[in-house]
Design a protein. Sequence first.
Lengths: 219, 225
Amino acid sequence: MAEPNLVLNNPGSDTAREQDVIARVQRGQTDLFYELVRPYERRVYAAALAILRNESDAEDAAQEAMLKALANIRQFRAEARFSTWLIQITVNEALMRRRRERTVVMEGIDDRRDEEGEYTPRDFADWREIPSETLERKEVRQKLADALATLDRKYREVFVLRDMEQLNIQETAEALGISVASVKTRLLRARLMLRDLLAGGWERGWFSRLPFEKGSKPW
Amino acid sequence: MVQPPALREGKQAMVDREDVKCEQVWREISNYLEGDVDAGLRSAMDEHFKTCQKCKSVLQGTRNVIELYSDERMIEVPVGFGRRLERRLVQGTRVRGTGWSTWSAWLVPVAALVLIAGGVRIASSSTIPHPLQSEHAQPGHHIPPDMLVIVTAGAKDFHAPGCDVIHNKDTERTLTAKEAIQQGYVPCVRCMRKYLETAEVGRTSLEIEADTSLDAEDDGARARR
């Protein structure tokens, strides 16, 4: 895997300039399209990976989705966020591929079971804010990624779209074709489960070299 | 007797503070962090967190999860992903272009002839610039003027979005390459390498071929993964 090197939300983006480039691509300057999607390419890939769980499939789906975005660029409306539009197209492409692979039937059984009952947090140790500098360490990022990978599909997808891709609740619901209430329920569970998973990692020494005070946990 | 609204709300808030239980806090904690609970419940939860260490632990742990996973460093892509995406888009654009009217078909060979003629002229010219000793502070060649680039305060380089050597990210500005050059910025030696003079001048065809083959190696590495 490559070392990460992109600001997720592209904070320096100039919306007016982006709209101008979009308009030019819509008028036929398709050679500008890659420059348009480049700030979001990592998010596009992450969205596809959350659904397909395979790097090669995710990359292919992301590429195909960007080709579809280019083919349908005239349908993009300025009132929407371009990044959200790209991610929604990617999610559609990834979902379509997964349906084609017929894996959804088996996971659907889990979906119904897992939504029953409430989730009760398991760990109540003292807490402490975790410094973002710890993410400089690849092993920490890997542990976080591993924890996320253990979540059931429906929790992982909602969590990735809302908390990593920064779609809002409504956009997440629309992208996945589920209700807003389902997004909120799944998001709650995903967040609490990750918290517990990572607290367990603390016990096993994943974060033993992190600069926390003795006796406190980051989770 | 009907109570004034403020008194009614105050009384309700008191009741909420008394009534909120840990289970309800856990159920609403995600909505709380989203700012998606009404004022009465928020107030009740705030009071609860002051006295309940368990729920305080859940709140902070959940907040840590959200903040860590929202960090851009949590998204990693395979090596060469951007280059392969760009290549596929270029190929896709060409495929889409096959529907052009026939009058434009002759543009391609004409353009190729112009490029060849230009190349021959450059190759035979005695004014080829001497390769610069340093890659820094070079103007770059054939940078698409409309390409969106990033500049930051206190730096002289402009970068492609996503370059990993951008400093002072909180001061980022996006502008076109043409504007960046007009404002005195020079291409980053990392992300704009292909446009720099020393990256091309003096290279043999074998070196260029070797560079081209990197794409194939990327594909091979992906396959092995």
